[in-house]
Design a protein around this ligand. Structure first.
Ligand code: ADP
Ligand code: MG
Length: 319
């Protein structure tokens, strides 16, 4: 039996359907990332998971316990399920240590102390212990907010785009640390994000949500190598259609550039990116523009190139 399960959950706001029979299951300690564009239903889904929103139909279960929605329960929400947003939800006039220990006021004092020290050490917050939130960077504040949410040992941590207001270096550092901590503590986590990169940094376990429905789930490598639809393929990189109107595609990284033999094209644009140059090339015969990677940074605008690829790299995709 699974530990946390969402069973055929639907939600409509008027005639707007935000979720359409969504189901998924997690085992204890699993980390799942749900990736979907803005408006795909991510926040609604997390609020229903946390018992903070009334669903139109379907059920949420945590072990043997059915999660009741605000219509069914006097005080909405559960201590076992913590939802964290982009805003940091810290007490502005309390130190880092005080913020983390506040949710533990009614707990045994020794236990509370031990738990706070554990979180401070795991999240490397020692140097910040006596600082106020305004003295911290955005990444540090979010880390403290997560430590605060974790102080009461929730069973499930739900993260709703918690990194949206952080810059990419802050996010990368924070995600690496969080991954370590979640694994060390065996926390069950669901992250929702529009940013595939954030998802990949936290876990291999992905679910792609579109218009309130799962369109594909699996491990990240599987989704990247065997996407079923154009939509999923394009989350990982752009794709080039091999035949006009066909359903076979090849990724820029899988196109080999040669000085002879292959499909003739001319370089029309060169962009310097961190790991390679990204080229736009115009195919002589069809006039189509393809995007291809030039890892050796060899080609210039106007150069003639011949395009090749291995058969195994061809993706067959429905639109
Ligand atoms: P995401 O978090 O992926 O951006 P949301 O769950 O916020 O998506 O929204 C999904 C859909 O439901 C959107 O079309 C949104 O406009 C609609 N929606 C969300 N909350 C409400 C609400 N309280 N009232 C009406 N429509 C809503
Ligand atoms: Mg949202």
């Amino acid at each position: 039996m699974s530990y946390f399960s969402i069973r055929s959950v639907s939600k409509a706001f008027g005639d707007q359907k935000a979720l359409k029979g969504f189901s998924t299951e997690l085992q204890k300690g699993n980390i799942l990332a749900i990736v979907g564009e803005s408006g795909s239903g991510k926040s609604t889904l997390l609020r229903i998971m946390a018992g903070l929103e009334v669903q139109s139909s379907g059920e949420v279960w945590l072990g043997e316990q059915k999660i009741l929605n605000p219509k069914q329960k006097l005080v909405a929400g559960y201590d076992e399920i913590k939802l964290i947003h982009q805003d940091y939800a810290l007490f502005p006039n309390s130190t880092v240590e005080e913020n983390i220990s506040r949710p533990l006021l009614s707990f045994d004092e020794n236990y509370a102390k031990k738990r706070v020290e554990e979180l401070i050490s795991l999240l490397r917050l020692e140097p910040l212990r006596n600082k106020l939130p305004r003295q911290l960077s955005g990444g540090q504040q979010q880390k403290v907010a997560i430590a605060k949410a974790m102080s009461v040992e929730p069973e499930i941590l739900l993260l709703d785009e918690p990194f949206s207001s952080l810059d990419s270096i802050q996010t990368r550092d924070l995600m690496d640390e969080l991954k370590e901590v979640f694994t060390a503590l065996g926390t069950t986590v669901i992250l929702v994000t529009h940013d595939l990169d954030h998802a990949l940094r936290l876990t291999d376990n992905l679910l792609i949500l579109r218009n309130g429905k799962t369109i594909q789930k699996g491990d990240s490598q599987d989704l990247c190598l065997r996407p079923k639809s154009k939509y999923v393929a394009k989350l990982f990189s752009s794709i080039n259609r091999i035949e006009p109107k066909g359903n076979e595609y090849v990724r820029p990284v899988d196109v080999r550039l040669r000085t002879r033999n292959g499909i003739l094209a001319h370089v029309s644009d060169v962009r310097f990116l961190v790991h390679f140059n990204s080229l736009k090339v115009k195919i002589k015969e069809s006039g189509e523009i393809w995007e291809v990677d030039d890892p050796e940074r060899k080609y210039q605008i106007g150069d003639r190139v011949y395009l090749n690829w291995q058969k195994e790299k061809v993706l067959t995709l429905k639109s």
